[in-house]
Design a protein around this ligand. Structure first.
Ligand SMILES: C[S@@+](CC[C@H](N)C(=O)[O-])C[C@H]1O[C@@H](n2cnc3c(N)ncnc32)[C@H](O)[C@@H]1O
Length: 264
């Protein structure tokens, strides 16, 4: 079971690493910190992708105390290779292949909006968390502070105004503000619900480095870029370059995510 965006994560893990994956190690460390992950806990990473959060959790609690799950076989393989002693399984959030109350902390990074049924997925996260355990997630601030994706969709809206708004993640993602995240957590029956922001950044050698992974079709942005005809894709590239300030050498982009935490 997976959401419509999930197919865009069947590409190679390397393409993901060169795209959004540039930000995910720093984001994972920040999420683990606000969630209060500490040695002695047993942790689960839901929608692990190539394993940024799995690795951050393993660094704190030890890989043998970490489980991870993702519906994309190549991403699960990449995660397994990165964190060999973690229990990495192929599966979806909506039907987690773990026992009730098995974990002290259950986290999910950048996944909620790709679930087919996010309330069911968060319900499963709650089920596998022991009573009192932390259940948390983070999502990009697609509408504002995630500079790479915001500028990408702003450029798309200019070159493809008729179609881009139905793909713009700032418009189509259902859970991308703190009130939406908090409501999802409260509706799932989690207590002590709180939200906040996580700030990350990525350094690019040049604009080509940023553009190149998009051509692999990775993530909704890459899938959209690939589906455009060659002429519009070239216009999109030019527009994105301009919106990023027409960098001619190395540059850094900031990225904000929102997190939500609660207790099972
Ligand atoms: C943006 S990536 C995030 C990956 C990873 N958590 C990270 O921070 O790099 C979204 C991930 O959600 C996964 N995914 C899609 N549908 C899912 C579902 N129903 N349950 C769990 N994960 C799902 C995708 O396969 C992909 O790995």
């Amino acid at each position: 079971m997976e959401g419509s965006g999930a197919a865009a994560f069947r590409t190679s893990a390397q393409a993901y690493d060169r795209h959004v994956g540039r930000y995910t190690d720093e984001l994972a460390a920040a999420l683990a910190e606000v969630a209060g992950v500490e040695p002695g806990q047993r942790a689960l990473d839901v929608g692990c992708g190539p394993g940024a959060l799995t690795r951050a959790l393993a660094a704190i609690v030890g890989a043998e105390n970490v489980a991870a799950v993702d519906p994309s076989p190549p991403y699960a393989d990449a995660c397994r290779a990165r964190v060999p002693n973690a229990d990495v399984r192929v599966g979806a959030a909506e039907a987690l292949p773990f026992d009730d109350q098995a974990f002290d902390v259950v986290l999910s990074q950048l996944v909620l909006n790709f679930m087919t049924d996010a309330p069911a997925g968060v319900g499963e996260m709650r089920r596998v968390a022991r009573t009192g355990a932390t259940v948390g997630a983070c999502v990009w601030d697609y509408a504002g502070g995630m500079t790479l994706l915001r500028r990408f969709w702003d450029a798309a809206l200019r070159v493809d105004p008729a179609n881009a708004s139905s793909h713009d993640e700032g418009q189509v993602m259902r859970f991308c503000t703190p009130p939406e995240l908090e409501a999802l957590w409260v509706d799932t029956g989690l207590s002590h619900v709180a939200s906040g922001e996580l700030q990350t950044s990525a350094r690019y050698a040049d604009f080509d480095t940023l553009w190149e992974p998009l051509a692999t079709g990775v993530a909704p942005s890459g899938a959209y870029a690939v589906a455009l005809g060659a002429r519009k894709r070239a216009a999109l590239r030019e527009q994105l370059h301009a919106l990023l300030g027409a960098p001619t050498g190395p540059f850094t982009l900031e990225a904000r995510a929102w997190y939500v935490l609660g207790r099972a």
